[in-house]
Ligand binder design. Structure first.
Ligand SMILES: O=P(O)(O)O[C@H]1O[C@H](CO)[C@@H](O)[C@H]1O
Ligand SMILES: O=c1cc[nH]c(=O)[nH]1
Length: 236
């Protein structure tokens, strides 16, 4: 057990899906996994282990922002032997080429957070996804005929930013979506020797001021969840 996770040793599968919202973790466990069992509930950051197509898999909330994600991801890897972490989240798009409900698969993650510079002698380490997880996700997205994009994500410390000009820069540099955890997850996975990927559903269009309804969020997140489960079911 850790200060933040009250599951016994061995309670997590080697692959953990991590949405930001612990209630989304509950929803996924109850609707997509067989025999789901609650394994941790400290601070209501719910985590479950069940099976998908006969293979053990866990799902746990990460909370919002890099600090929260970093605590849980680090403890899952070093204290529970977790090998693969896949963030399944929501993001805001900037470019008109990206539509609401599209799926963004984060080959890389840029950030305004200082955590990765703290790790890497105050220099810029390129935060990238594990190539095998990325390939499996792309294969699953093709098979599912999802509208997907692969590229660079931006993990922002601020959900509410008054600097609108930053979105011009992000668009110029090809950022596909803005969210708040992926660059931290990639940093933790790199530091502690695990594999990571972040998959996002576009729930908001920042420039166009568009937002999915609650019902649309549910349906499109379902598509991403199925796609992710299909991808991780191919892991050894
Ligand atoms: O839907 P989740 O996974 O929480 O992701 C996004 O939503 C939250 C902000 O509303 C942040 O955590 C951001 O990264
Ligand atoms: O961080 C986030 C998440 C969803 N939508 C946004 O605009 N930003």
């Amino acid at each position: 057990m850790t200060p933040h996770i009250n599951a016994p040793t061995g309670a997590f599968a080697k692959t953990v899906l991590m949405p930001g919202d612990p209630l989304r973790a509950k929803y996924i466990a109850e609707n997509f996994l067989e025999n789901p069992k609650l394994v941790t509930d400290v601070r209501n950051m719910l985590g479950y282990t069940g099976e998908y197509q006969g293979k053990p898999i866990s799902v746990m909330g990460s909370g919002m922002g890099i600090p929260s994600m970093s605590i849980y991801a680090k403890e899952l890897i070093t204290e529970y032997g977790v090998e693969n972490i896949i963030r399944i989240g929501s993001c805001g798009a900037i470019s008109d080429k990206i539509k609401l409900m599209d799926v963004v698969i984060a080959m890389g993650a840029s950030t305004d957070s200082a955590v990765n510079r703290s790790r890497f002698a105050n220099t810029d380490f390129a935060m990238i996804a594990d190539f095998n997880l990325l390939s499996l996700a792309v294969d699953a997205a093709k098979k599912q005929e999802a509208n997907y994009h692969v590229g660079n994500l931006y993990s922002s410390d601020l959900f509410y930013s008054s600097d609108e000009s930053r979105y011009d820069l992000m668009e110029k540099y090809g950022i596909l979506g803005v969210e708040m955890e992926a660059a931290g997850l990639y940093g933790v996975a790199t530091e502690y020797g695990a594999k990571a990927l972040a998959m996002m559903t576009v729930t908001d269009h920042i420039r166009q001021g568009l937002h999915l309804t609650a019902e649309e969020r549910q349906e499109t997140l379902n598509e991403m969840i199925k796609l992710t489960l299909e991808a991780v079911s191919q892991l050894d």
